[in-house]
Every structure is written in structure tokens, then in C-alpha cells.
Ligand binder design. Structure first.
Ligand SMILES: [Zn+2]
Length: 114
């Protein structure tokens, strides 16, 4: 359920940027959602249709770009996709440490009609 307010925020941010460019309509919003961001893309898409009604973003496409969580192995100095239920580096077996990759949550791009 906490996707609802965050989706309102996305529409607000998109409208704000669209106005800066004197847009009349938003046709597409691209959103980056990390695996660990704590938001479910499908829920955002569902709320988006409802929330966008009556705004500049009504009828706009919402593209959600998922980002997989990455861990970093300090021994190998490399990033790797977090295996399920594990932190183990696929190369050396050392435990990787969490990174910021996978926590992304932001509007990457909007497409508008002016
Ligand atoms: Zn390693």
C-alpha cells in the first residue's frame, strides 16, 4: 500500500519538470526501481493509472527499469548479483558486502509534448 503516496510523488515530480518545459502533456515516464528500494513496480503501475487521471500524465506510459541488487567482494574487488539467501562471492566464496546498487528509486526521464 505504501506505493500509493510514492506514486503521487512521482506524478508530482513529473508534472513539475514538464511545466518547466511548458509541456501540455506527459507521454512517458521512466522510473528506476532498485530491487532493495522497497517498492513494487507492479503496484506503482497500478496506482499510476488512477493517480495520473486528470493530470498532465494521464494516459502516459510508465516504464519501470528494475535494478538488481549488487554486492561487492573486497577480496576480488568486484561487484556481483546478490544470490538468493546468500552473500557469497561466486569467485572466491568470501562474503560480499552490501552496496548502494539496488536501492535506486528515481524518475530517470520524462517525455513530453509541448
Ligand atoms: Zn570474491
Amino acid at each position: 500500500m505504501h506505493e500509493y503516496p510514492v506514486t503521487q510523488e512521482i506524478v508530482r515530480i513529473a508534472e513539475e519538470s514538464a511545466r518547466k518545459y511548458n509541456a501540455v502533456k506527459i507521454t512517458k515516464i521512466t522510473l528506476v526501481v532498485g530491487e532493495l528500494a522497497g517498492f513494487i513496480g507492479e503496484s506503482i503501475s497500478m496506482y499510476f493509472e488512477i493517480i495520473a487521471k486528470g493530470t498532465m500524465a494521464e494516459g502516459a506510459a510508465l516504464e519501470i527499469k528494475p535494478v538488481k541488487a549488487q554486492l561487492k567482494c573486497d577480496r576480488c574487488d568486484r561487484y556481483f548479483d546478490r544470490p538468493r539467501y546468500s552473500f557469497t562471492c561466486p569467485v572466491c566464496g568470501e562474503n560480499g558486502r552490501p552496496t548502494e546498487i539496488g536501492k535506486e528509486f528515481y524518475v530517470e526521464n520524462i517525455e513530453i509534448i509541448t
